[in-house]
Structures are given as structure tokens and as C-alpha cells.
Write a protein that binds this ligand. Structure first.
Ligand SMILES: C[S@@+](CC[C@H](N)C(=O)[O-])C[C@H]1O[C@@H](n2cnc3c(N)ncnc32)[C@H](O)[C@@H]1O
Length: 353
């Protein structure tokens, strides 16, 4: 008797019909690769089937049976497109998102209108490729309101919006439905935290769930006042303070940045972080009141057009002047990320005199 696994052999031209028929009859052993040899295909079989039964299943297709060796197949699809083969109409593949937001064990997909009817199929295909994600959410609408949150649809997996996200070893409690967080700011959080020196007093005026503050206090013996108007964001920050071994100190403050900064600081702060790109411009006077001579300001805004660097620089220099202070130097102007077609989230690092 020959060794190996049972197979069905067909001509390559009948291959796709035979594969589908065997798959449907649950006879195709998908743990092994189909062999393509000299215009013939060999299908590994998972169970016993008589010639008569195979004849019925493969209606009209010429075939032979026998035994041979097969190599193991990769289990499960490798890409989202592979996983959606036969599920998504071919003309829709070009609309599949190329990037996702991966936040802890939650994946967030942004599906264009063309894919709106296939959200659940795409999400379960996503989970079959990326097995570590327990929840797949779909973005619903834009980020809005003072607290900068958006709504989500559950597309697959566990119904939850809370998770623990890790950036450069820093553990951050996140609830995507309750407080702003973007994993795309990872490099910016890291960059700013690396600029801080031991002993600094830092004010993070719009801290959200506190990624800048946490990164700084994990690396430096600095004191960070982390302010946000969203109570959920401050609760999540308190949780993260417990999750990390901090060298410095994070002081979570629930309140309005204008009120808190005006009443608490007077030219005694080394560094102010203003990451609230839609609203920071209204608080530059407060930051200027807080900053000491030669203090550093990290100012964030959205800018587009031909030269977003120049337009954001002009804007912040005017705002600083209007607040009665001067810009000593502009050390960095950077595009942090795309925020819309032809628009960027910009950062400017300035020293204020
Ligand atoms: C873009 S998000 C924060 C991003 C955060 N710095 C980060 O890197 O993840 C802007 C934050 O500003 C907060 N905010 C808006 N107006 C505020 C105000 N007047 N005072 C304090 N926080 C405010 C919002 O609640 C929101 O969490």
C-alpha cells in the first residue's frame, strides 16, 4: 500500500470548480497545500469518500484518486484581502483601508461609504488575520465637541471600548468612547518626553488620558500638572498613574485649563504642552503667563496650504506677541501627522522670553 494522504486529482482547468465542490462537501483538507504539477491539481482529502460519492460531488469533472505526500499550509489567511476572498465583491477590494488604529487589544477601522454594508464581514476577516484583537470597532462620524471624542460601532468581538495601550513601555488606560486618544501621536509623545530635563515643572494643558505627562514622569524626576476638562480622561489618567512606575510626579487636574493656569502659575513653569489643535490658540495668553523667562512652549495647530510651516509659525508668533511676550527662538516646526487631505497637525517648539 502507498503511504501519504488520500487525494483527488483533476486537470488544472477544472481546479476551481473541484476545489469549491470538495470544500462544500467538507472533504478538502485545508491543513495541507493543494499540489500543482504538470497541469494537474492534487487535492488533499480530509476524510474517506468512495468513488461513487466523489463522482456525485465533482459532477461532470474527470478525476483520479490515490495517495501522496502533501506539505502543511499556512493556517488562516495572511492578509485582510486574502481573508475576504469570495466574501467581498471584487470591485470593492480597492476601498479596503490600508491602515488601522490599534489601541491595546482594540482595532479601530475607518471604512469608506463603499464598504458600509460589509463592516461585520471585514471586521471578522480582520480578526481571522490579527488574532490578538478582541474587539474591532468602526469609526462613526468625526471627532467633535470640547472633549474631542467620536462614536464607534461594534463590528466584531467583545462589546467594549476600554483597554490598556502600551507606548514605549508606558501603560495607558484608554476608553476610546469616553476620552481622546490617538496611537498615531506615539512619536510625538516620545519626542517631547525626551526633551524634558530632571527638575522641570511642566504644564500639560490638554492632557487627555495623559500620554505626554506619563511618558515624562516615567523618564524624568519632573513634576507635571496634567489638566483636562473631561472627567473620564482624568479618571483614566489616575488609573495609568497606578499602572506605571513613575520617577517624577503627575498631578491630575480636572478643570478648565484657562482657569487653572491663570490662578496657579506666574512665570514659574519651565515647559507648557498645548496639544489641542482645534483650540490651543485661545489659551496662548495663559501659557505665556505661566512660562518663566526662556521657558519652552510646544504649540499644536492644524495647518494646510502650500506652506503649513510658515503659516503656523506666523500664527503662534503673533499670539505670543499679543500676550505681551517675545519669541526668543523657534527650535522645531514639524508635521506631526496628516489630519485631512492637504492638512496637517503641526507642532512648533518655541523658547519664550
Ligand atoms: C487632542 S485632545 C488631547 C490629546 C492629548 N494631549 C494626547 O496627546 O493624547 C484635547 C483635549 O483637550 C481637552 N480640553 C478641551 N478644552 C479644554 C479646556 N478648556 N481645559 C482643559 N482641557 C480641555 C479635551 O477634553 C481633550 O481631552
Amino acid at each position: 500500500m502507498s503511504s501519504g494522504r488520500s487525494y483527488v486529482k483533476t486537470k488544472a482547468g477544472d481546479g476551481e470548480t473541484a476545489r469549491k465542490a470538495l470544500l462544500e462537501a467538507k472533504l478538502l483538507d485545508t491543513e495541507y497545500k493543494i499540489v500543482d504539477e504538470y497541469q494537474d491539481l492534487y487535492f488533499p482529502l480530509s476524510g474517506k469518500a468512495s468513488k461513487a460519492k466523489l463522482k456525485k460531488i465533482l459532477a461532470g469533472i474527470d478525476f483520479e484518486t490515490g495517495k501522496r505526500e502533501f506539505v502543511t499550509a499556512h493556517i488562516g489567511p495572511k492578509t485582510l484581502s486574502d481573508a475576504l476572498e469570495g466574501i467581498l465583491p471584487p470591485e470593492l477590494f480597492e476601498h479596503l483601508p490600508r491602515a488601522y488604529d490599534l489601541i491595546g487589544d482594540i482595532a479601530v477601522l475607518e471604512l469608506p461609504d463603499e464598504l458600509a454594508d460589509f463592516g461585520r464581514e471585514i471586521a471578522s476577516a480582520f480578526q481571522s488575520v490579527h488574532k490578538n484583537f478582541s474587539t474591532v470597532l468602526g469609526k462613526r462620524g468625526a471627532i467633535t465637541g470640547t472633549t474631542r471624542v467620536r462614536q464607534y460601532d461594534l463590528l466584531a468581538g467583545q462589546r467594549k471600548t476600554r483597554t490598556i495601550h502600551t507606548e514605549y513601555g508606558c501603560r495607558i488606560a484608554v476608553d476610546v468612547a469616553k476620552a481622546y486618544f490617538s496611537p498615531r501621536l506615539l512619536e510625538e509623545h516620545n519626542r517631547v518626553a525626551n526633551l524634558v530635563m530632571d527638575g522641570e515643572t511642566v504644564v500639560d494643558m490638554f492632557t487627555g488620558v495623559g500620554p505626554f505627562a506619563l511618558h515624562i514622569a516615567r523618564r524624568h524626576s519632573a513634576r507635571v500638572y496634567a489638566i483636562d476638562i473631561n472627567a473620564d480622561a482624568i479618571d483614566l489618567l489616575r488609573e495609568s498613574i497606578e499602572l506605571n512606575r513613575l520617577i517624577g510626579e503627575v498631578i491630575p487636574i480636572l478643570g478648565d485649563a484657562h482657569d487653572y493656569v491663570q490662578s496657579s502659575f506666574d512665570a514659574d513653569v519651565d515647559r507648557v504642552i498645548m496639544n489641542h489643535p482645534t483650540g490651543a490658540f485661545e489659551f496662548v495668553g495663559d501659557a505665556c503667563k505661566a512660562l518663566r523667562e526662556d521657558g519652552v512652549l510646544h504649540y499644536y495647530d492644524f495647518a494646510g496650504g502650500e506652506d503649513p510651516e510658515s503659516s503656523v509659525q506666523e500664527k503662534i508668533e503673533d499670539l505670543v506677541r499679543e500676550s505681551g511676550r517675545e519669541v526668543q527662538s523657534v527650535d522645531v516646526i514639524r508635521r506631526v501627522r496628516d489630519s485631512a487631505p492637504y492638512e496637517y497637525q503641526m507642532v512648533v517648539d518655541l523658547v519664550i522670553r
